[in-house]
Design a protein around this ligand. Sequence first.
Ligand code: DC
Length: 219
Amino acid sequence: MSVIAIDGPAGAGKSTIARAVADRLGFEYLDTGAMYRALALAALESGTDLANAAALTALTESVDIDLRGDVVKLDGRDVSELIRGPGVTAAVSKVAAVDGVRRAMAAMQRARADAGNLVMEGRDIGSAVVPTADVKIFLTASKEERARRRARQMGLATDEQSLKELSRSIEKRDRADAERKASPFVKANDAVVVDSTGKDVETIVDEIASAALRVIDEH
Ligand code: DC
């Protein structure tokens, strides 16, 4: 089975690129951030204390998180839109910092990689979840571009002041993800850095898809 890992900070364009690469190659697509978001939603809805690592780990083991393409189901309920809300976005880094949560998530993610060809997007795919991935991309973009993308994606204001605030909140979340002890957000040593600032999606998808086809051919 072939795995393409696309990691990078919030707003770098991972989802758009990962989806398009998967379409191009006929691979499945897995948004691992959506899994942490679904768990954060489950924690908020059940009133689980976000500081209680054991309770969050137990919750991960008791809920059913199912992802098919862009559809995210939590215990059978479609939560694809709910997990993008500000409450979940504010809570998700706390949930994702728990070691037991990450272990359970990584096991689910590896099972998907074992089941078929997969493009996986996240923060620790190339560095920890599937270090043997055939292609590892670290996708970045400038601070300004990331804020603009997130604002557009979430239908928020794009004036200078709003973008500055959004940029600060994105950086805060990235810092929390990078500073956690359990599988922190870090670039894998052998990942190829792709800066998406000012580049169009087609160009980046071409780059990644051809790198993938080269590696797959070699195998
Ligand atoms: O990509 P996103 O914004 O939907 O990710 C949501 C959160 O999940 C983000 O704050 C970091 C975390 N995450 C993670 O810790 N590991 C992953 N493989 C994917 C996401």
